[in-house]
Design a protein around this ligand. Structure first.
Ligand code: HDE
Length: 712
């Protein structure tokens, strides 16, 4: 039973992979000549000297002072002293994975970008997911935006799509970014809170900056507490351009749609997980890849013809606006599969340097003022973070395409450029390296020749003025459950704000303009009067609802990678454990057998059954569902075990499917729970099937009212 062993390593999986998968992985890894493997190698200094003693400093006598001449000890300690590099100013907490991108077909009509021309072409990618606010060691499950940054190693150079799991942003102009970040980061006097926005400076800023209203409501929605990195949508946020070989440009918004569907945690779960498993998201991604449940996303674009730029009631250049999918559907372009974990967190996930300015021929920028500012910021930040302008030479950042040019020297230069001429034009080195013509067949990068006729001004376009209609569209597109979660999130966060005038400003000047019911409900929770009307006239948007925004409509297929706990004790019916595990494994679920302790239990058939962990070691918040198999003694033991009962009660409270053997009614009675569509009794394939269907629906929403009465 694979669930009871350590998950196999990627290399061990090779034999079980389809030839396709094995080939893809081998092909991708053969491109990475820089990985170092010390297996079978002697321990040496950085200068290559073999080390005879790595345990003792050189001393004058075995009880004497240490000698300065000990170059081995000095080299080791000096290197250690400088092990840290500055963490990212935002998005410091992250986790990465390798994979590949493959187009479904040629998209030559849309773009000349090479990686989108040929369905046979495999383009390696490296993805880094992140939270925004917290430092490197902060919790994974805090309420926050998630970064979703993808580096495509295309044959024409690197393309970085540095997006988020929400399709809009807090501000419209880059010059406001330091203000926003200073407001959301921990407060300057006491460096609190870590990883969250529930504090005065954040709400002070956003209540004074109405352009943030749309993004803030996304951040107060369930999107800000994703169940897993595998169940997040990704967005390029800004409008970009795609340009075909004939020079025709189209505006596009980039989308990533997870095959596993879009699912979130409940707030109570998120908070508990932040303590019980700080690494919840990175562990989940790691294990999914190690066990061969490769996460997959569909890559797509919303396409707006150049001539339709002004046909919407919002500006395509305004990063606080979406294009509702009901107006412009997403055209699928290809898929991304993450199939390999990094070998070294620092070398890969920490040193990877994303820059929105890294694009390839066939892709270009729009004039979105936030994007334009980002084009400066990222390269600039890498220079101090990674110690100089040669960060493109760090292995994880190296393009597969060659990169000859006249740039030279600087800190950490590793390339040894041959030749005498580091300038262009030159005649000494035969004129090399030379420019390439921009024609599609030649591949030289050419910017889209947009005509601009304008005054130099510091002004915001009037077309950026409406800050509330899409926030309203978002709220009104949510299911009642999602709306309740949003109300609770605003109430929780504002409840942590010490200054009442900030709470009141957010309610009266922001929420009242989004939706009066939302404002009234939050006001009531804060003990404030409900506003009677908003402070601005909000334009009527062309859509009243966008079903594509509600997660309830974005469930994935099946239960691949979902985590199921099987609770056992001595006397469990081993036969039914086997049949359940078989049924779940057939659906590629991840199963963990949990016992009263980490020791194996004895089945009713007298065999030893290994367990993956104790119920305390892997609490219910980690799982998507739980099952209690039969066996009289086991059921009796679980019914008298507070940890097991708490496990089930908490799973019930968190609306998780729970299956129990038919003879487990006593356990249910003890818990005072009634069967529902996700609380099932049964021992056969039919029961397993119903259980699997319930898991595929992610939560038992019908239970929400009953679950409220269960203590947290
Ligand atoms: Fe970033 N952002 N950002 N950002 N951002 C950084 O770059 C910045 C914005 C995003 O996993 C920094 O390498 C400015 C929008 C991601 O390594 C920094 C502005 C979106 C990541 C920076 C924005 C993002 C970053 C910090 C406003 C979604 C992590 C370290 C003009 C579309 C990438 C670094 C990774 C990281 C600046 C706004 C996404 C300081 C100035 C909008 C996913 O350069």
């Amino acid at each position: 039973m694979s669930s009871k062993k350590n998950p196999p390593k990627e290399s061990q999986l090779a034999g079980t992979q389809t030839p396709d998968r094995a080939n893809t992985n081998a092909k991708l890894q053969s491109l990475e000549t820089f990985r170092s493997d010390a297996t079978g190698q002697a321990l040496r200094t950085n200068q290559g000297v073999k080390v005879a003693d790595n345990q003792n400093t050189l001393k004058a006598g075995d009880r004497g002072p240490s000698l300065l001449e000990d170059f081995i000890m000095r080299e080791k300690i000096t290197h250690f002293d400088h092990e840290r590099i500055p963490e990212r100013i935002v998005h410091a907490r992250g986790t990465g994975a390798h994979g590949y991108f493959q187009a479904y077909e040629s998209h030559a009509a849309l773009t000349k970008a090479g990686f989108l021309q040929d369905p046979e072409k495999i383009t390696p990618v490296f993805v880094r997911f992140s939270t925004v606010q917290g430092p490197r060691g902060s919790g994974d499950t805090v309420r926050d935006v998630r970064g979703f940054a993808v580096k495509f190693f295309t044959e024409e150079g690197n393309f970085d799509l540095v997006g988020n799991n929400m399709p809009v942003f807090f501000i419209q102009d880059a010059i406001k970014f330091p203000d926003f970040v200073h407001a959301v980061k921990p407060e300057p006097h006491n460096e609190m809170p870590t990883g969250g926005s529930a504090h005065d400076t954040f709400w002070d800023f956003v209540s004074l900056v109405p352009e943030s209203a749309h993004m803030v409501i996304w951040a107060m929605s369930d999107r800000a507490i994703p169940k897993s990195l595998r169940t997040m949508q990704g967005f390029g946020v800004h409008t970009f351009r795609l340009i075909n070989a004939q020079g025709k440009s189209s505006f596009v918004k980039f989308h990533w749609k997870p095959k596993a569907g879009v699912c979130s945690l409940l707030w109570d779960e998120a908070q508990k997980l932040a303590g019980k498993d700080t690494d919840y998201h990175r562990r989940d991604l790691w294990e999914a890849i190690e066990t061969g449940n490769y996460p997959e996303w569909e890559f797509g674009v919303q396409i707006v013809a150049e001539e339709d730029e002004h046909k919407f009631d919002f500006d395509l250049l305004d990063p606080t606006k979406i294009i509702p999918e009901e107006l412009v559907p997403v055209t699928p372009l290809g898929k991304m599969v993450l199939n390999r974990n990094p070998d070294n967190f620092f070398a890969e996930t920490e040193q990877v340097a994303f820059c929105p300015g890294h694009i390839v021929p066939g892709i270009d920028f729009s004039n979105d003022p936030l994007l334009q500012g980002r084009l400066f910021s990222y390269t600039d930040t890498q220079i101090s973070r990674l110690g100089g302008p040669n960060f493109h030479e760090i292995p994880i950042n190296r393009p597969l395409a060659p990169n000859h040019n006249g740039q030279r020297d600087a800190q950490h230069r590793t390339t040894l450029d041959k030749g005498r001429a580091s300038y262009e034009p030159n005649s000494i080195d035969g004129g090399w390296p030379k420019e390439t013509a921009p024609a599609a067949s030649e591949g030289g990068f050419e910017s889209y020749p947009e005509r601009i006729e304008a005054h130099k001004v510091r002004q915001r376009s009037p077309s950026f003025a409406d800050h509330f209609s899409q926030a309203r569209l978002f709220f009104q597109s949510m299911s009642p459950t999602e709306q309740e979660h949003i109300i609770s999130a605003y109430s929780f966060e504002l409840g942590k704000v010490e200054r009442e005038f900030i709470r009141a400003r957010e309610v009266n000047e922001i929420l009242a303009n989004i939706d009066l019911t939302l404002a009234a409900r939050v006001a009531a929770n804060l003990g404030l009067p409900a506003p009677k009307k908003g402070t601005v006239d909000v334009p009527q948007p062309s859509l009243k609802q966008s079903p594509a925004l509600s997660q309830m409509n974005l469930l994935g297929e099946g239960i691949k990678g979902r985590k199921v706990a099987v609770l056992v004790a001595d006397g469990v019916d081993g036969v039914s454990v086997d049949s359940l595990v078989k049924a779940l494994e057939a659906e590629s679920a991840q199963i963990k057998i949990l016992g009263p302790s980490s020791a194996p239990v004895k089945t009713a058939q007298g065999k030893a059954l290994a367990v993956d962990a104790s119920m305390e070691g892997m609490p219910s918040v980690i799982f998507d569902a739980a099952w209690v198999p039969g066996g009289k003694a086991s059921l009796q033991a679980l019914a008298g075990d507070g940890v097991a009962l708490h496990f089930l009660l908490e799973a019930y409270k968190h609306l998780k499917p729970i299956g129990l053997a038919s003879e487990a009614q006593a356990v249910l009675d003890k818990l005072g729970l009634k069967a529902d569509s996700g609380l099932l009794l049964g021992n056969d394939d039919k029961a397993y099937k119903a259980f699997i269907t319930a898991i595929s629906k992610h939560r038992v929403w019908e239970r929400e009212a009953a679950a409220k009465a269960i203590p947290a």
